[in-house]
Design a protein around this ligand. Sequence first.
Ligand SMILES: [Zn+2]
Ligand SMILES: [Zn+2]
Length: 395
Amino acid sequence: MKAVVFHGVGDIRLDDVPEPKIQEPTDAIVRLTSSAICGTDLHMIRGTLSGMKEGTILGHEGVGTVEEVGPQVRNLNPGDRVVVGSTVGCGYCSYCRAGYYAQCDNANPNGPQAGTAFFGGPEATGPIDGMQAEYVRVPYASVTCVKLPEQVSDEQAIMISDIFPTGYFGADIADVSDGDSVAVFGCGPVGQFAITSAFIMGASRVVAVDRLPDRLEMARAQGAQVVNFDEEDPVGTIQELTGGIGVDRVIEAVGVDAESTEPSEQFDKETAEVAPETNPQGDNWHPGGAPSQSAQWATQAVCKAGTIGVIGVFPPQAMRFPIGALQQRNLTVRGGNCNHRRYIPKLVGLVATGALDPTEILTQREPVTSVIEAYETFDQRKPGWTKVELLPEAS
Ligand SMILES: [Zn+2]
Ligand SMILES: [Zn+2]
């Protein structure tokens, strides 16, 4: 089958690889009918999230049809349409049962302390071959796959594989509730869904902060009040919009990208040393560096005793956070990898009602055969390229 394979920092290829097989009784094989490129994929290709193993198939967002199930997958049949959650959880350990699927004790083959297990990620996350491929092996499939009703299209469902639940998770951990004012830093696809989710949870107003006009326009279309940080000081503007109080809740949806707001040249191997490990200046996630810009803004824009939810992706070695502000202003900060399975059934149900259409965030539909070009264009942040769906070759 064709699959997008990681060969090294800045080197991905559309290769011919063997089709996956059932390995455990809890596995299923899914034939993908839709997948997507995510900002997280760029972190791994750039090397800002290090430790990718050569040969790993990329992609952690997928929708498809169940092809085959192991004997312990008792809730799915071949032919079922499913959305596959990005992270893998067993469904029965204490963490999964408490809703912390991203902290599952069993899903990561490297052990219970190894961290979140997800598709198409670094070696420490499995590695579990990803979904930019024709077929995928889904571990703990009875939990990781969620059946789709007819009313939810593939295109809608692909947004529910990762980015919508992640945005929803951000609003959830930021404690957004009725009447709250909310600021969302970072208006990429996940930030857009954080805006959507904040409104679903009852936010009275949402301030969206970014520098890219097309993303701000999308946020404005959702009803957010937009702030371009290239043109004005976002903290000052938020203070002004809130009578000097600040917002009740902040959702940080920027992450490590705050440090690399210019398009990278990661497709050129020569520039691989821009990876954080080798930055001699000290950087924003090691001792000696300043806190990330978005973390500083978040702690300044939030009101006293407010809450910040951090869903932007940072490397595990990120060390700096404005802890003084946190202590002095009685702030609550929560972060995490999204517990996808906790939210996916709810969001599938919500989309099925027709109350909202998540494809409004989708800007590109590309055949998987032109995936390398799609990655390059996405990486350059060409205006209008917010979210890219990958479609199988027409057969
Ligand atoms: Zn993603
Ligand atoms: Zn578990």
